[in-house]
Design a protein around this ligand. Structure first.
Ligand code: ADP
Length: 447
């Protein structure tokens, strides 16, 4: 059993992991950059160790410093959170080579799913339905034009190494293909050091539905239903919910089983998310994330389980604490991502928090590393908090979200809170009538 876990992350997700450790009687070690010396995760952990200067590349991505921090503190395992090193197969290998445990999947699973072409091939072979498109990589513009012709425009050109919405370009016709193909390749090269691209049919009215899966690494796996993350800006999620407002119990059981069987077959260990686009009653796989997702709390809320605790358990070689039959949906949960950003342009807005008050009461969870007087450093992601509400049904969850947003105070900086107040005034949000393009269109006329 682990006595001490090091958390290779910062912000709300570092607190999330520290909380699970504390409930399990495990000591926690925070690592931090010099810019984060006053951060909440440093204060809350049992021990803290500075691993470098402010830029992420020199601190939270500094593998040698993180391994050294484990050696100095005697931590036996590393929880990577999300982002940073969470999906870095080389890091996992290095962790294991040092006799430490990485709390997450194997290097091999991360490598396979981190390359979108390989991931799609693997999922297809495992019986998971995929978006129609090119068979693997597309070498040049001529080949790309042929695919466009074959599948019909619009198509989307995607960098195989892409992530975070980067390296994706839509082409509506053959003329647009030229620049879209080149831009996707260039973005892949610039952001991920890999210019290989593939092409898919561009679905025009899908919802983003993702299935939470969990494996024990020994051939057993379960699914924890879906999350609907269709409200997106620039392919980035801003509002997530579970269960999906348009997914039936039969559809959930069917696609859930396909996903659980697929990850069981590859002996997947830990938490994973299989992302789909959902259109006209059909699911189309787009990618798998081999880590805890930002939006995992909505799943925790409706199933009443602690996913971080489960990650730690299976990393220790213990079985999962639930079976598929144990997992029953209770009510409805919604998460909104609160970013330090100034509307309407969503420009980053770091600065000092003069006053912070978190909402509370029945069915409200605020995951945030903010506190009165905290200065948000300008070096990292703009996510400063996640407000998660849980109700007996979607209507109650929305009313609770409205109430909780009203209680939240973040003074001193601009945040995305006004966006959610405005969205709650929209009929489509209440009826659940939206797809992945709804928010972009709404923003054009409403902000
Ligand atoms: P990333 O790894 O950058 O997050 P994804 O493959 O997960 O990229 O896609 C992110 C988002 O991009 C999806 O949620 C969806 O909004 C859009 N998208 C991706 N593929 C398609 C497609 N074939 N058709 C329409 N939209 C797509």
């Amino acid at each position: 059993m682990f006595q001490k876990i090091l958390i290779a992350n910062r912000g709300e997700i570092a607190l999330r992991v520290i909380r699970a450790c504390r409930e399990m009687g495990i000591q926690s070690v925070a690592v931090h950059s010099t810019a984060d010396a006053d951060a909440m995760h440093v204060r809350m952990a049992d021990e803290a160790i500075c691993i470098g200067p402010p830029p992420g590349t020199e601190s939270y991505l500094n593998m040698a410093a993180i391994i050294a921090a484990c050696e100095v503190t005697g931590a036996q395992a590393i929880h990577p959170g999300y982002g940073f090193l969470s999906e870095n197969a080389n890091f996992v290998q290095i962790v294991e080579d040092h006799g430490l445990t990485f709390i997450g999947p194997t290097a091999e699973h991360i490598r396979v799913m981190g390359d979108k072409i390989t991931a799609k091939d693997t999922m297809k072979a495992l019986g998971v339905p995929c978006v129609p498109g090119s068979d693997g990589g597309v070498a040049d513009l001529d080949a790309a034009l042929k695919i466009g012709e074959e599948f019909g425009y619009p198509v989307i050109i995607k960098a195989t190494a892409g992530g975070g919405g980067k390296g994706m370009k839509v082409a509506n016709n053959a003329t647009e293909m030229k620049s879209a193909f080149q831009t996707a390749r260039a973005e892949g090269k610039a952001n991920f050091g890999n210019d290989e691209v593939y092409i898919e049919k561009y679905l025009t009215t899908p919802r983003h539905i993702e299935i939470q899966v969990f494996g024990d690494g020994k051939g057993n796996a379960v699914h924890l239903g879906e999350r609907d993350c269709s409200l997106q800006r620039r392919h980035q999620k801003v509002f997530e919910e579970a269960p999906g407002p348009c997914i039936s119990a039969e559809e959930r059981a069917q696609i859930g089983k396909v996903c659980a069987d697929a990850v069981a077959k590859i002996n997947y260990i830990g938490a994973g998310t299989i992302e789909f686009l959902y259109e006209n009653g059909e699911f189309y796989f787009i990618e798998m994330n081999t880590r805890l997702q930002v939006e995992h709390p909505v799943t925790e809320a409706i199933f009443g389980v602690d996913l971080v605790r489960e990650q730690i358990r299976v990393a220790e070689g213990l079985p999962m604490s639930f079976t598929q039959e144990d997992l029953e949906i209770n009510g409805h949960a919604i998460e909104v991502r609160i970013n330090a950003e100034r509307l309407p342009k969503f420009s980053p807005c770091p600065g000092r928090i003069s006053h912070y008050h978190a909402p509370g009461g029945l069915g409200v969870r605020m995951d945030s590393a903010l506190y009165d007087g905290y200065s948000i450093p300008p070096y990292y992601d703009s996510l400063i908090g996640k407000l998660i509400v849980h109700g007996r049904d979607r209507t109650e969850a929305l009313a609770r979200l409205n109430r909780a947003l009203g209680e939240l105070i973040v003074d001193g900086i601009d945040t995305t809170v006004p966006l959610f107040h405005a969205l709650l005034g929209e009929d489509d949000i209440h009826s659940g009538n939206y797809n992945i393009h709804w928010l972009e269109r709404w923003l054009e006329t409403n902000l």
